[in-house]
Design a protein around this ligand. Sequence first.
Ligand code: ATP
Length: 588
Amino acid sequence: MSEPTTRAVLRQAVPPVRRLLPAILLGVLSAASSVALLACSAWLIVRAAEQPPILYLSVAVVGVRAFALGRASFRYLERIAGHDASFRQLAAIRSGVYERLLPFAPDGLAATRRGDLLARFVGDVDDLQMVALRVVQPLVSAGVVLVLAIAGVWLIAPASGAALAGCLVVGVAAALALQRVAARRAERELAPLRGRLQAAIVDHLQAIDVLVAFDAADSSARRIDEFGERLARTARRRSLAAGGAAAVMAAIAGIAAAASAAAGAPVLADGRITGPAFAVLALVPLAIAEVAAAVPVAVAAARQAGASARRVAEAVPAVVPPELSAMIAASEAPAGATPDEMDPAAPGTGGVRPPTIRLRGVGAAWPAVNGIAAGAALSHVDLDLAPGERVLLRGASGAGKTTLAHVLVRFLAGTGSYRIDGVEAAELDPARVRRRIGLVEQRPWIFDEDLRQNLLFARDTASDDELLAVLGQVGLADWARERGGLDAPVGERGALVSGGQAQRIALARALLAEFPVLVLDEPTANVDAAQAAAVLDELMRAAARDGRSVLLISHVDVDPSIIDRVVEIDAGRTAPAAPGSRAARPVR
Ligand SMILES: Nc1ncnc2c1ncn2[C@@H]1O[C@H](COP(=O)(O)OP(=O)(O)OP(=O)(O)O)[C@@H](O)[C@H]1O
């Protein structure tokens, strides 16, 4: 997977010609109407002062009205067409970034700051709309109108045309230079600063309990204030520069009008042009300079969009680290492994068909964080899990139990041989493996939604009765009833439920998803020792229903009656399995 460069992101932000062309044409019509309005008005006022028969003025009167209406209407339509084209493009960019992110989830994103990622996803992608709306379209429209308008002035009086063009070139160059000196840094810093502010706010909100407990909420809030002030200062610097550039262009408009009039005066004196035509020479440069003022604004917007495009391009690392499982296209599934063989029984049927799992000499490492590799967390694991078997994986803290769980669900790639029903897992799409093997994590993620939503995402077709039944299986039926049923809120990251209840909710959704194999990672880690045995007993009975295979991960012993075998893991190693045998000693 190659990293999109900043240039590629910018190119991607430009809508296809067929979508952008209407906006460009409407922009040309709107800017041309502005120039024509002033030309027509100037001509009309001076010609009217000559008091000709009204008939001589009527075309110009209609012209003034038409151009005034046209300017506003074309501008309105241009905005609609431009935004439509640009927003469609943004949707494609946003889903593109998301798709590139997927292969990294979850273990490749552990070190990514969520707030910053959110800022890149939302703010920076939004900024890319500037490429079409404030850069490409205004530049092309302004370019066309400027050439036509200057050519028109040139036709009336070449000297005025030359004076006007010269003034505009100098004016635009001066405005660009001013902006470059005063705001180039600000334009590039805006997007990263916005990301840092958002990351600080997200961190603050997510960790508010720890911050309050350590009396550190104020200093965290002060940090947010500091970022906010820096962002405001930077935005102010940029706005000042934009204001300065606009002032330069306003001054240039006056100078250009004077220069055009001065250059046209001899032509008027010669009688080669009429008084009304001279008025056009004197006043039209004001409207033309207004069109030219779009150029410095577009260049500043281009710099700002460039900074955002860089952040979007960098949002996802260039290559998927070898420690993570790569996605495999369906077409690359091994011959003979039909979808039926690789998928669980259809949800809702209650039937599960556990596969035979066999690991030999499996090793694994976590992806490097900030370029620092962590070293192997697993060095040699042999493990068998027969259909319907309940195996305890036991080992001290840090022995590699969670790492092995992540290998089993293919969050981590691992080395050695990991076969599911005889097929190497590396040859299967990780998503398919995850449809057969479900992980109930040590710290399950609980959504800040009601109980129903926390279960439904595992099987969105489940009825309320099915949800209540599964809550009953994990021992939460009474509790749910007391809390008001499936509408009960569970709080941000399960703040309104106990650790043990969170674990049960997580198991309930794993049961709903009907994984044929369940991996339970320390399901009683958050339950006090007195209750742990009873809770584990209940959870194991629920998990092992319908003939599921269960791998129970624990750093302590469990009641032998709830498991069939024990596999010991120590410093990333299990006892090697004898050829053709199971890799563990029987419990009973
Ligand atoms: N996301 C991660 N990134 C880098 N290293 C990690 C990550 N998670 C765990 N490790 C490291 O991998 C090794 C094995 O950790 P693992 O979590 O698999 O142990 P465990 O047996 O599950 O421990 P516990 O019982 O405390 O949960 C440890 O050295 C740990 O520091």
